[in-house]
Design a protein around this ligand. Structure first.
Ligand SMILES: [Zn+2]
Length: 459
């Protein structure tokens, strides 16, 4: 299979030039001016940007949560990702209590195999880690699962204590793995939530009020201290507050290998959404919660300064009707999470680049290059270079678009950005040289995506 993308304005994390790109059998073989290939399918990118395909390292597809399950499958969620310009996702294989890590890995491979529309990998979520479980770590890392996620929140369900966190860190670190953490003080939040519900404070806004920023900052601080003792790198998922960012910056200033991502909803939305009438605020019940504008501005400064390296989606969709409404009478029963896999590039290009906050190169770095580097996919993914996979996004930086549940591809009945006008649109997407989005419509096949074993952490 041969594809030739001509006349593109190529933007990577470091480059800015005009050229043609030839892809043969999935791999970029040539980048140059005036390339010719009579056998190739030619796509004219004139007037538009050519970017590396997006890498989204934080999604929850077909993920059981309490009595329900996220509404996007590997098929529907990865198709929406493709339409939004993401060509690689990393999902979470979640260990159930009493289960081996390999069983979790096998379960998620079975969900994704033959159905996923873009390339994919897995982190493992560890909820219990006795000696036998940690003996599985070398094999998992050899299989390309080179990162582990643990929760410092969700007491009684997924939360690990500090000892488990430390032992798991040591085990992954010893074999070249990276530890990713959901940082919030789960014990204290658990008390705050119980108190609120007992006092009859049951509406969605109390989700936010029972998870104050200081409890995120405390967990980031504690985790950095534990990681320093373990001599382990650590990556904070979905950083949401100024105080947590300050703890991260203190760790980085000490020279520690600590990294963080944030998500579009923390950069574009704020806590005023919880004041929506009726039960509407439940659409924004995700964790950590949306914060005030003050935090939003701090996060943008962290993004611009490079302390926040990655923008992921934390795509964790639940329909409003029938799923979010499980918590109609008690906010603590609302499934936590929101949909976002489809609009990451457009939202961040619009708010970041058009908003004058980041350069186009920083944009590519945040949505593709850094996640590929941190999670062991670079240079196969995350850039445009000879020898890299032919994952390309042809992006029209000026085309306007209105985000709406009535037009989105995700399998969920609402959008957190309903009615929002953004400028910048994903026109065409190639996955290893195969067009999977043409003229903004999905044209690929379920199963186009391949499992990508990831390399060990190095930085
Ligand atoms: Zn998540």
């Amino acid at each position: 299979m041969r594809t030739l993308v001509t006349n593109g304005h190529i933007i990577t994390a470091v480059d800015d030039y005009y050229a043609d790109i030839r892809i043969i059998d999935g791999i970029i073989t040539d980048i140059g001016r005036g390339l010719n290939d009579p056998e190739a399918e030619v796509i004219d990118a004139a007037g538009r940007l050519v970017l590396p395909g997006g890498v989204d390292p934080h999604t929850h597809l077909e993920n059981p949560s309490g009595s329900t399950m996220t509404s996007d499958t590997f098929l529907t969620g990865s198709r929406a990702a493709a339409v939004g310009g993401t060509t690689t996702l990393i999902d979470f294989a979640k260990q159930n209590k009493g289960e081996t890590l390999h069983a979790a890995y096998d379960t998620w491979q079975d969900k994704a195999r033959h159905r996923t529309c873009i390339d994919y990998g897995f982190h493992i979520i560890v909820v219990e880690a006795d000696e036998a479980r940690l003996e599985e770590v070398p094999d998992l890392i050899a299989a390309g699962v080179t990162s582990v996620k643990m929760y410092m929140a969700y007491r009684g369900r997924m939360m690990v204590d500090d000892g488990t966190l430390f032992r798991t860190m040591l085990a992954f670190k010893a074999h070249g793995g990276l530890v990713a953490l959901h940082a919030e003080n789960g014990d204290v939040i658990d008390v705050l939530v119980r108190q609120a519900v007992a006092a009859g404070k049951i509406s969605p806004k109390y989700h936010a009020m029972t998870r104050p920023p200081i409890l995120e900052a405390e967990a980031v601080h504690r985790a950095i201290c534990i990681a320093e003792v373990a001599e382990s790198p650590v990556y904070f998922v979905h950083l949401s507050s100024r105080q947590a960012l300050e703890e991260l910056q203190r760790g980085r200033d000490r020279g520690l290998p600590v990294f963080a991502e944030t998500c579009p909803h923390y950069l574009v939305l704020d806590e005023s959404r919880y004041e929506a009438p009726g039960f509407e605020g439940a659409k924004y019940v995700l964790t950590p919660p949306l914060r005030s504008v003050e935090h939003q501005e701090a996060l943008w400064r962290g993004v611009r300064a490079g302390d926040i390296a990655v923008i992921s989606t934390d795509h964790c969709p639940f329909c409003f009707a029938g799923q979010k409404t499980l918590g109609q009478d008690d906010f603590s029963k609302i499934p936590n999470g929101g949909p976002g896999i489809e609009h990451r590039l457009a939202l961040i290009y619009n708010a970041g680049v058009h908003g004058g906050r980041i350069s186009p190169h920083q944009f590519v770095d945040l949505i593709a290059t850094q996640p590929a580097k941190i999670f062991g996919l670079f240079p196969r993914k995350g850039t445009l270079a000879v020898g890299s996979d032919g994952d390309l996004v042809i992006f029209d930086p000026d085309r306007p678009c209105t985000i709406s549940a009535s037009t989105h591809v995700m399998n969920v009945d609402y959008s957190m950005y309903e009615g929002m006008d953004v400028r910048g649109s994903v026109d065409e997407v190639l996955l290893r040289g195969k067009p999977i989005v043409r003229a903004r419509s999905y044209v690929g096949q379920p199963g186009d995506g391949q499992y990508i074993p990831r390399q060990r952490f190095r930085m």
